[in-house]
Ligand binder design. Structure first.
Ligand code: ADP
Length: 526
């Protein structure tokens, strides 16, 4: 069996039968040539006819077979020569033998070459087939919806318009209302994969279905036409498509146009359904906006609490001084000098109360989201004043390292919210862990020519390994009454302005959060 397969080409029964016929005819022919060469008086290079045997055998044998048959034919020619001219070999018959053997050798060589070319071709063919099958199976099985579409007629139409000097397709389609429909009709769907049929429905890829899929109200198709007219190689955008069942889906549409105009009959179109993702993102953005508002409300709440706390003291003093003043006046004779001193103290306390109210007002006036220039030190001082009550209650000391930093351009209230959040988190962490010495260190430094970094370090328990990974994820909290939105909002607030926020543990203990922000943002990022 192994020998047969090295000699014969056939790999199946049908081919085997055909090849057997070729071999039999070749054997009969070889026998005929041998007979005529040996037993007849015909003068001539009869042995040359062995070449025909070779040509016939070449249809059925491999290169090994060819060599074997060529060898047999040469032996037959020599045998015939020996039998007929063994004793008296003349020059003529010897030359005829040499010519016949040369013809056999040359034919064998040529046939061997042809056979190797045939084998190369066969292997290229099978590689091609395999690669085609591979790509076909990728096309069919991938979860991305794919279409092979013929855009050649559409391409020709658009190129024709271009030659006429029409390059603005949008304007042209406005002036010619039936143009878009005509263009859609020029596209043929050659093939689609299963994901494509799942996405648009079983008829989504059928002829004429494109008109249903492409919404008349949306301009995206005109953008595609413009991309073809501009000879762009790729078109990528979001688009809304309509399925068989009439449902609209938001997809990421991608079309690769070939460089060669002749290949516009095979354009690959892909779509990824992003409807759900887009809805989820929208819901998340809405939730974040709501929570940001909630956080702003919390800041205002903190401000009011601080206001109430700070006003309490001067108001209390005014009452005490008013009572004292009354007492001085009730004396007989009234002590006017003492009464005056009480009145002056009342005026001073009232002025302090007005000052507190004025400050809070100006703080709230900054809440309009505008970029403004200010000193970071002032902002930190102001924030610490706001949190003074909370800091005192928890017995926390704040150390601000006084390093000179340039004027900062930012939205003041936003940075204040981030600072309030980070300091409140630090106070709560130290509270929860019952830390003995409670210190928050605020350090500010120039990160480079364009950015400032503020780090807030506490002497609390630090961030656990579990919390580290999810620290900035929305809704991650380890507190019983926490919302888990503070750090997530702080990070997105800073990132929206071109800054960043990172958190981790300090090598000497406690948590440390680093916020960096551009000194002069070029534009209003948010
Ligand atoms: P919340 O304060 O509502 O929990 P945050 O997003 O502000 O939400 O914080 C998320 C979590 O990060 C906290 O629950 C806490 O586990 C951890 N965390 C934040 N700041 C610190 C800190 N300074 N020290 C230790 N853990 C912290």
């Amino acid at each position: 069996m192994a020998i047969a397969s090295t000699i014969f080409r056939a790999r199946d029964l049908e081919g085997g039968a055909q090849h057997l016929v070729f071999c039999l005819v070749a054997v009969v022919l070889a026998a005929g040539v041998f007979y005529v060469d040996t037993y007849t008086d015909i003068e001539g290079a009869i042995a040359v006819l062995y070449v025909i045997t070779m040509l016939l055998a070449a249809q059925a044998t491999t290169r090994v077979g060819l060599l074997a048959i060529s060898g047999c034919c040469a032996v037959l020619a020599l045998l015939s020569y020996a039998m007929t001219h063994g004793d008296d070999g003349d020059l003529q018959s010897t030359v005829r033998l040499i010519v016949a053997l040369a013809a056999l050798a040359v034919t064998t060589m040529l046939l061997m070459k042809t056979e190797s070319a045939r084998l190369t071709l066969l292997s290229i063919n099978s590689a091609l087939k395999e690669s085609e099958e591979r790509y076909r199976s990728i096309f069919d099985r991938t979860r991305v919806a794919l279409w092979e579409r013929d855009y050649s007629k559409l391409h020709a139409l658009l190129m024709n318009l271009k030659r006429q000097g029409i390059s603005d397709i949008r304007e042209y389609s406005r002036a010619n209302p039936g143009f878009v429909d005509r263009c859609i009709d020029l596209i043929d769907v050659v093939a689609s994969n299963e994901a494509a049929r799942e996405m648009l429905g079983p008829n989504g890829s059928a002829m004429g279905a494109l008109k249903r899929t492409i919404l008349p109200t949306q301009d995206k198709f005109i953008d595609v036409l413009q991309a073809i007219a501009d000879n762009r190689r790729v078109f990528e955008d979001k688009a809304v498509v309509r399925t068989d069942s009439g449902e609209d889906k938001l997809v990421l549409l991608s079309i690769s146009f070939p460089a060669d105009p002749a290949s516009f009959n095979r354009v690959v179109v892909s779509m990824v359904d992003v409807t759900q993702r887009e809805m989820a993102l929208k819901a998340l953005a809405e939730a974040q906006a709501e929570l940001t508002n909630a956080s702003k409300a919390a800041t205002v709440g903190a401000m009011s609490a601080s206001l109430a706390h700070e006003l309490n003291q001067p108001l209390g003093a005014i009452i005490v001084n008013a009572q004292t003043l009354l007492r001085w006046l009730d004396r007989d004779p009234p002590d006017l000098a003492a009464a005056r001193r009480s009145a002056e103290r009342m005026i001073r306390d009232s002025e302090r109360a007005s000052e507190i109210i004025r400050n809070t007002r100006s703080l709230l006036a900054h809440a309009d989201g505008k970029l403004e220039s200010f000193r970071l030190d002032d902002l930190i001082d102001e924030t610490l004043t706001l949190l003074e009550h909370e800091l005192q209650r928890s017995g926390t000391t704040v150390v601000v390292e006084k390093e000179e930093t340039p004027l900062l351009k930012a939205v003041r209230i936003e940075l204040q919210q981030v600072l309030i959040n980070l300091i409140t988190n630090a106070i709560q962490a130290m509270d929860e862990a019952g830390s003995g010495e409670r210190v928050i260190t605020v350090r500010k430094e120039k990160q480079d020519d364009d950015a400032i970094r503020v780090t807030i370090r506490d002497s609390g328990p630090g961030i656990s390994a579990e919390a580290k990974e999810k620290l900035f994820s929305p809704f991650f909290t380890t507190k019983a009454s926490g919302m888990g939105m503070g750090l997530s909002i702080c990070r997105s607030t800073l990132e929206a302005r071109g800054g960043r926020l990172d958190g981790g543990n300090h090598p000497e203990g406690g948590a440390v959060f680093a916020m960096s922000m551009p000194i002069r943002p070029e534009t209003d990022h948010a």
